[in-house]
Design a protein around this ligand. Structure first.
Ligand code: CAO
Length: 423
């Protein structure tokens, strides 16, 4: 025999109106006692609501984004009943139901709600994700969370495991780097300190940059190019004005010139891959160029698509829109994916050169610093010319120094005389 029971949110301590951030079951799912049904989130912790009974989900009453408190209906469950008198309804018995908080390392169906300790909720992973990570032997503190509000998802744990497997499979990695442990220093012993949490962007970009720095044999070639004529042309265009109110930026010219150079040197527009256990190069027939954008929360790389088919005005407009979106924290994954090459311009800030880190799985990145008026010898006299420093970091597994030097020569020739872009 079976009956349908309505399952409510159990006693969740002092919390009220908590948002449902994940519904973990759907109609037709069979759930066991203690299996998580929903994940709720307070401002400091996320918590799974476990099923008080085993059964089959008939209908789910809540959806992501709903707010719930103790007693709110969650779902209806078809449960098997014996001829014995029916047990007390689970929701009326706080001792039988519990909400396992993030901080509880071994969630238990009978753990008292008072055990909820949001302040210990680091990292921000629900008990079901923690339990999944434990099952796979993953230390959650090493996993980069990508969920809403810095929450760790099952997929983050899976990606961590996949990345670890790829590293193990890579030649030379199986032995590990065998590095010394990171120094543990009590800085407060030497003077006052303040602890500041890293932004989500910094956590994610930091993990990516470390991997790229360690895994890719980087080399950087440097070049200088006389952009006096290009700058005069750019200034003239902006002075003339245009009905679309486009501001022609040096960055837009750099992106366009980079696309033309990538077309001439397609290995720089590729990615390393594997097929049948053999390394291969994936040559991309499109040219989507990312540009590093500095935001209050850290570095992001929005991508301009199909640059080879776009004019400078359109590229400048898209750069301005994407840079604004980046600063407002509104870039979506689609704005930042699919890049084949990156331009990182510090020209608006300053500097004479830097070695940018490749934005894997791309194989090269162009770093640009501030153009300065310098005396250049024109064969008869020194003339004041505007000189732009370029730095190209490239992956030595894919290209070599000679190719990089030719790439930079080609790029420099385009920037020195932009008419060449039409050739
Ligand atoms: N040389 C001289 N002047 C330059 C220049 C260069 N290479 N590049 C830009 N400038 C000038 C611009 O012409 C502009 O001057 P005007 O307002 O008089 O025209 C001024 O500097 C400001 O430029 P900007 O940097 O704000 O604008 P941009 O279009 O050049 O760049 C963007 C936009 C998004 C790339 C930039 O704002 C940014 O975020 N840069 C930082 C990128 C970064 O952090 N890279 C490092 C990654 S590794 O950590």
């Amino acid at each position: 025999m079976s009956e349908i029971r309505e399952i409510h949110v159990p006693d969740i301590g002092d919390f009220k109106d908590l948002p449902v951030i994940e519904v973990l079951v759907k109609p037709g799912d069979t759930v066991a006692i203690d299996e998580p049904l929903l994940t709720l989130e307070s401002d400091k912790a996320s918590m799974d609501v476990p099923s008080p009974e085993a059964g089959v989900v008939v209908a789910v009453t809540v959806k992501e984004g709903d707010r719930v408190s103790r007693g709110s209906p969650m779902l209806t469950l078809q449960v098997a009943v014996s001829a014995e008198p029916a047990p007390e309804p689970v929701v009326s018995s706080p001792a039988q139901v519990s909400v396992a908080p993030v901080a509880v390392t071994a969630p238990s169906a009978t753990a008292a709600v008072a055990a909820v300790n949001p302040s210990a909720a680091k990292p921000h992973a629900s008990p079901s994700v923690r339990s999944y990570a434990r099952k796979l032997g993953v230390d959650v503190s090493r996993v980069v969370p990508t969920g809403k509000g810095g929450r760790m998802l099952r997929e983050d744990v899976e990606r961590f495991v996949k990345d670890a497997m790829v590293r193990l499979d890579s030649p030379g990695q199986s032995a590990g780097l065998n590095l010394l442990p990171w120094p543990e220093v009590d800085f407060a012993r030497f003077g006052p300190v303040e602890k500041v949490a890293l932004s989500r962007i910094k956590k994610i970009s930091g993990a990516n940059l470390s991997r790229n720095w360690v895994m890719i044999p980087h080399v950087t070639n440097n070049e200088e190019v006389d952009i006096t004529d290009l700058e005069a042309f750019r200034v003239q265009l902006n002075q003339e004005g245009n009905k679309e109110a486009i501001k022609y930026t040096l960055l837009a010219f750099l992106i366009k010139a980079a696309a033309a150079t990538l077309k001439a040197f397609p290995a720089f527009n590729s990615s390393l891959g594997h097929e049948d256990g053999e390394p291969i190069l994936i040559m991309k027939q499109y040219c989507h160029i990312g540009f590093a954008a500095d935001t209050p929360n850290g570095l992001v790389v929005p991508v301009i698509r199909d640059v080879e088919h776009k004019g400078i005005g359109q590229i400048a407009t898209e750069c301005a829109e994407l840079a604004k979106k980046a600063r407002d924290g509104k870039l979506g994954p689609a704005d930042m994916s699919g890049g084949t090459f990156t331009v990182s311009s510090l020209g608006g800030i300053g500097g004479t050169g830097f070695n940018p880190i490749i934005n894997a799985p791309e194989v090269a990145i162009l770093g640009v610093t501030r153009a300065q008026i310098r005396p250049l010898w024109d064969g008869q006299a020194f003339a004041p010319r505007l000189v732009l420093p370029l730095a190209l970091s490239w992956d030595h597994r894919v290209v070599d120094g000679a190719a990089a030097a030719r790439f930079l020569q080609h790029l420099a020739a385009l920037l020195a005389d932009f008419r060449r872009i039409t050739l």
